[in-house]
Ligand binder design. Structure first.
Ligand code: CA
Length: 510
């Protein structure tokens, strides 16, 4: 009977029961119906720049997220989900391919400057959605993609960020309501399904609200016109807020925060609005000298989080009304976090927890008990093999992935837990460039190489110093030597091109 409730929704439950009774004499027909509904649906929601601290139930930021809190109570919460390369495009590419940047060609953010490096989602990388389609799924993508570097326009120097993704590069997604990068949250635009490149549609609405309506329609699937009701579905919802510009947020969500002081809002001990973070001047990815944005916009950031929570709440309600909530895996995550003044930094693309620690909440009532918490280290490339195996939809999953299947750990608590998650920072067109690091359950250790071939090391004890206030790397301690050795071993095993460059520098400076 569950099958019928999932299929038709509670409102027509009575009719379904009659149908079920009439099918009893026809076992063949009955069986066919059941087999099409066995696999769970997937609703993967990843608001951009949503740090893990900004989920109220985690007890860190003073933020209001009742829907996410409820979802967390009904599922499992991963406290150590790590965005290995905390930047839009590399993070999204790792999610979609299960591979690290130098193996999937997306080394940094996609835009027209990177067209020459082919810094885009590769057509021949068998991806998350390709595998879902092979396993009988309808796959949908709604919102920001940011995986295509568009060609530059002759005679124009300005960088083009937004991009049309042609059907042949959509990796099996057969419902498409998306764009590349476009941050005017109150006037969003989309290429919808068959729309050609010049058929972009604009809407005068806050993007999360507009997209929630699209998602609700997809779930409801009136008259079976949006998706195939006989197939399970996998829907990826890439919400742009709470990504900047922070001020594009409906007034109604600001109410809760507008009279709060900065001290009441910026509660992390490492917030420093005065420093210019000079010690990170070498890091081209760090957003320094912009802490005025934290003062001006922390209220907006939290208001956006509350607004996104509100819209997710509407979607979850629709899922329940359709009777699909029991056998739909709902995941809440993000591509990276937000520094919001911690260490004198804004934005992301650094190794600190505010930037790398993202939410990862999984609710799946038929298989996962509620009120669970796990400190398992889950990296971005692990998500694809983990969810596909959880869904029993891994037929065709590439064997040469960087990500690891952690489905057993999530479903049963059994299996060997990863000992680390890697950290990456890479510059355009140069897979050997940048920083590498290792985040264990206790420590964060990072080695950076800048353009002058200067090496720096950063080590934090996240247990004793959760706000990462003290860099222990200068002390050349036993733990530093151990982590350094471990990092080099892992990078060697993974054939990371950075290692050769680093060793050359190390040898010449010894
Ligand atoms: Ca992002």
């Amino acid at each position: 009977m569950d099958v019928y409730r999932i299929r038709f929704g509670n409102l027509v439950l009575a009719i379904s029961m009659v149908l079920l009774a009439s099918c009893k004499d026809n076992p063949k027909e009955n069986k066919a119906t059941e087999s099409t509904s066995e696999k769970p649906n997937l609703l993967y929601i990843f608001p951009d720049q949503l740090r893990n601290a900004a989920i109220a139930i985690n007890g860190e930021d003073p933020v209001y997220t009742p829907n996410l809190d409820q979802l967390a109570k009904e599922g499992i919460v991963l406290t150590n989900a790590i965005a290995n390369f905390p930047l839009c495009s590399p993070s999204r590419a790792m999610l979609m391919t299960g591979k690290v940047p130098y193996n999937n060609s997306v080394l940094t953010n996609a835009n027209s400057k990177r067209y020459e490096f082919d810094n885009s989602w590769q057509r021949d990388d068998v991806s998350f959605s390709d595998v879902l389609v092979k396993n009988g799924y309808d796959a949908g993508y709604v919102g920001k993609l940011h995986l295509t570097s568009p060609p530059p326009i002759a005679g124009k120097d300005s960088v083009i960020w937004d991009a049309y993704t042609p059907k042949k590069d959509r990796h099996g997604f057969n419902f498409w309501y998306a764009y590349g990068t476009f941050d005017v949250h109150n006037n969003p635009h989309y290429w919808i399904n068959d729309a050609k490149e010049d058929e972009l549609k604009y809407f005068d609405e806050w993007s999360p609200e507009h997209e929630a309506d699209v998602i609700i329609d997809y779930i409801k699937n009136q008259n079976n016109t949006i998706r195939d009701d006989k197939k399970p579905f996998a829907l990826f919802w890439s919400v742009n807020p709470p990504h900047p510009p922070y001020q594009y947020v409906p007034e109604k969500y600001l109410e809760r925060y507008k009279d709060k002081t900065l001290e009441e809002l910026l509660v992390r001990k490492n917030v420093d609005l005065k420093t210019d973070a000079e010690d990170l001047a070498f890091h081209n990815g760090a957003t320094r000298g912009r802490t005025n944005l934290a003062k001006e916009h922390v209220r907006d950031y939290f208001a956006m989080v509350t607004g996104v929570d509100d819209q997710i709440g509407r979607v979850l309600k629709a899922l329940k009304e359709k009777g699909l909530d029991e056998n739909t895996i709902v995941v809440i995550s993000s591509d990276h976090g937000e520094m919001m003044g911690s260490h004198g930094l804004m934005s992301k693309n650094v190794w600190f927890e505010e930037s790398v620690n993202v939410p990862f909440i999984v609710r799946w009532p038929v298989k996962i008990k509620g009120r669970q918490k796990s400190d398992i280290l889950l990296g971005t490339p692990d998500i694809m093999p983990t969810l596909l195996n959880m869904m029993d939809a891994a037929d065709g999953l590439p064997t040469e992935l960087d990500g690891q299947d952690l489905s057993s750990q999530l479903l049963t608590g059994k299996g060997e837990n990863p000992e680390y998650a890697l950290y990456y920072y890479i510059e355009e067109g140069r897979p050997e460039s940048g920083h590498r690091g290792i985040r264990t359950s206790k420590n964060t250790f990072v080695v950076t190489v800048d353009d002058e071939k200067h090496v720096r090391k950063f080590l934090y004890n996240n247990e004793n110093d959760p706000y990462q206030m003290t860099n222990l790397a200068v002390k050349d301690s036993e733990i530093e030597r151990k982590l350094h050795e471990e990092l080099l071993q892992v990078l060697k095993a993974k054939k990371d091109p950075w290692l050769k460059k680093y060793k050359t520098i190390e040898n010449t400076t010894k």
